[in-house]
Design a protein around this ligand. Structure first.
Ligand code: 5AD
Ligand code: SF4
Length: 443
């Protein structure tokens, strides 16, 4: 078999796309290697959500140059959102590039590679058909899936937040037929998965476009939770505007649906939320969370935050800190605003100085550390149920896994009896940032 070396940047969606491309490539005769020097094909799956991700890609391709010089048959390929968005610039900046493949057409990777062999000029495979149904055909898997598995349910995004490139790189929302989703889940469970994480840019818009028969997201959750062997169920990522009361009830009623919600808020100030085109106010978001908290006691919350959005004043930024404190997030993904091509926010002047952005970023990270530590205290001395993911060398622990609230738990225990996929009680002895440390309790 030929060999493919892959690197992946960006979100969970990209990680799932890379897994899928690995499988498709395997069926086209490529086995994955961890050594770039051994590769016949190097494929980098890129992200364009922020500018920094781009710089990493350019320097990476710089490091592949000597390999291409030593082996002119080596194929260099770029996939992902950056590839979709910046094809012309990428072809100019990376002269060795043989192939660009967009995130919406990864199923065609075999065809694109055939074309690379047939033509001398670089292959650009990025055109997608917005009317085509979203389907991920079943393929025989090549590796053992771990205990926790991602399943794509929707692609694209219709929300058009003013800062975000996703609607331009991944297109508009399109849902996958529920039967296909259930079938994939059954297959994953048969291969050992215990936890299913439903994946999409905006999962709670599921069912609005692209299905033969409409189905709401919460109905899909009931359907998946009902499948035998699904012990844990999660989803990511969602938008507050599509977050319904039915969904809150699903959290209350569905045993496998875990006690954690990731609900990006981006800002705690109404003027900034409006400029971001999030279509909701701070009050709306807080009401939703309050209702969820009172219906699902102990639910853990995490979010995405952007600091330094164009025109954000210091006091508007402080509104974000106040909101974070009020909600008491257990975790946040915090970003400094980065202007992206094609996005409406480009019209607003990116006028928060870099030093001020870094300062706000640091203040937000510091606050989140404090909130995480405070949040973690509630687990101290308690026994939590952990889905064992595998071995860990961190912090002198032997195993790692997650509790229902999605905290990473590092723990010691009897080597013989603990296997990935088991759900075991662990007593928490220490809180380490956004992780817990403890020991498994003999059953
Ligand atoms: N600048 C900074 N952060 C961004 N995100 C999306 N676009 C940008 C941008 N232009 C963040 C948002 C989103 C997360 C995936 O990335 O917080 O929720
Ligand atoms: Fe981007 Fe907004 Fe869609 Fe999320 S909801 S992918 S931030 S446009």
């Amino acid at each position: 078999m030929k060999q493919v070396y892959m690197e992946t940047f960006g979100c969970q969606m990209n990680v799932a796309d890379s897994d899928r491309m690995e499988l498709l490539l395997f069926h086209s005769g490529y086995a994955r290697t961890q050594v770039a020097e051994d590769a016949d094909l190097i494929l980098v799956n890129t992200c364009s959500i922020r500018e920094k991700a781009e710089h990493k890609v350019f320097s990476l391709f710089g490091s592949f140059r000597p390999l291409k010089e030593a082996n002119p048959d080596l194929i260099l390929g770029l996939a992902g959102c950056l590839a979709q968005q910046e094809q012309d610039r990428l072809l100019r900046r990376i002269p060795d590039l043989d192939m660009i493949i967009g995130p919406d057409v990864i199923e065609d990777i075999g065809l694109a590679l055939d074309q690379v062999l047939a033509q001398k000029t670089p292959v650009v495979w990025t055109k997608f058909d917005q009317h085509k149904q979203y389907s991920i055909p079943e393929l025989q898997s090549i590796k053992n899936q771990g205990p926790s598995a991602f399943v794509n349910i929707i692609k694209g995004c219709d929300k058009l937040c003013s800062f975000c490139v996703v609607p331009f790189t991944r297109g508009r929302e399109k849902s996958r037929e529920p039967e296909e989703i259930y079938q994939e889940v059954r297959q994953l469970v048969a291969a050992g998965a215990k936890e299913i994480i439903l994946l999409g840019q905006n999962v709670n818009a599921y069912g609005k476009h692209g299905l033969k028969n409409p189905l709401a997201f919460h109905d899909l959750l009931y359907g998946v939770a009902d499948l035998p062997g699904v012990e844990r169920l999660r989803f990511t990522t969602s938008h507050p505007m599509d977050f319904t009361r039915d969904l809150i009830r699903a959290f209350r009623d569905l045993g496998p649906l875990m006690n954690h919600l990731h609900l990006p808020v981006q800002s705690g100030n109404n003027r900034i939320l409006e400029m971001m085109r999030r279509h909701h106010t701070v009050e709306y978001y807080v009401d939703l969370i309050e209702e969820l908290k009172s219906t699902v006691p102990g639910v853990a919350l995490s979010t995405d935050i952007i600091v330094g959005f164009p025109g954000e004043t210091r006091s508007e930024f402080e509104d974000t800190l106040n909101l974070m404190e009020r909600i008491g997030y257990s975790n946040s993904y915090i970003f400094a605003y980065s202007p992206r091509p094609n996005t409406p926010a480009l019209e607003f002047e990116d006028n928060v100085p870099d030093a001020e952005k870094s300062d706000r970023l640091q203040a937000t990270i510091d606050l989140q550390h404090r909130l995480s530590r405070q949040n973690g205290q509630r687990f101290m001395g308690k026994t939590v149920e952990v889905l064992v993911e595998g071995r860990s060398a961190r912090q002198g622990a032997r195993f790692k896994g997650r509790n229902p609230e999605y905290w990473m738990v590092l723990f010691s225990g009897e080597e013989e009896s603990l296997k990935p996929g088991q759900i075991v009680p662990v007593q928490v002895d220490e809180v380490l940032g956004h992780a817990l440390k403890g020991h498994a309790i003999a059953q």
